[in-house]
Design a protein around this ligand. Structure first.
Ligand code: CA
Length: 222
């Protein structure tokens, strides 16, 4: 059971979704405008946000970008099926998952259930281990016992490194392992490495485990 913000200006999409979410036991607050949703989310701190991209005022991406300056709340994006760039941009801005339109409300309910379980798992702090630990069962990474708040691609990228310490991966290999066919720009890898370094640094300023190998790629140095 969660407090869910739904930002969707199309009533034909929003109504069945609100119905399905409420039937699953969630409390839903529905908004038509990005600015209203953002203001409410920052004040009320819901458990999860579902954001449409195309809105009458500011886009769902802009809501996400502004939200991420202050909040790590889980976000699910509703994207147009054909817009691969929407998906990539969403993840880069810190979305946790996306559902392409058209979708079934049941699928969205199932997805947000998975996101919420992951978020709850991350909130339960186990005995603090030293260093950075991959927990593949819960799909999370902890840094000295504190879960790193990661986007999906950040998690997948970090998992590749943690499974093969000291191995040097080229950007092309990382793209192949993490993004499969989703991305054509290798700079996406660099962007995610940069954000991972920042997130690790925020929790453990003395650790710098991602090493750059000039002209070759990156490796993980435990
Ligand atoms: Ca729309």
């Amino acid at each position: 059971m969660a407090l869910v913000l739904l930002l969707e200006d199309d009533a034909a999409i929003a109504e069945p979704l609100v119905f399905a979410l409420e039937r699953a036991g969630h409390q839903v607050r529905h908004f038509l405008l990005g600015s209203d949703a953002l203001q409410w989310a920052l004040a009320q701190q819901p458990d999860l946000l579902i954001l449409d991209v195309g809105l009458p005022d500011i886009s769902g991406f802009e809501v996400l970008a502004r939200l991420r300056r202050e909040s790590a709340v889980p976000v699910l994006m509703l994207t147009a099926r054909s817009e691969e760039t929407d998906r990539v941009l969403g993840f880069e801005l810190g979305a946790d998952d996306y559902v392409p339109k058209p979708f079934s409300p049941r699928e969205v309910v199932a997805r947000i259930g998975a996101i919420l379980r992951r978020a709850q798992g991350a909130a339960q702090d186990p005995a603090a281990p030293s260093g950075i630990v991959l927990d593949e069962v819960r799909a999370r990474v902890t840094c000295r016992g504190t879960p790193l708040v990661l986007t999906r691609y950040e998690y997948l990228l970090l998992a590749v490194f943690l499974r093969a310490p000291e191995r040097v991966f080229s950007r092309a290999q990382l793209m192949d392992l993490v993004w499969e066919h989703d991305v054509s720009n290798e700079r996406t890898v660099d962007t995610h490495i940069k954000s991972l370094r920042a997130k690790i640094h925020a929790l453990a300023p003395d650790l710098d485990p991602i090493q750059t190998h000039r002209g070759l790629g990156y490796s993980w140095q435990p």
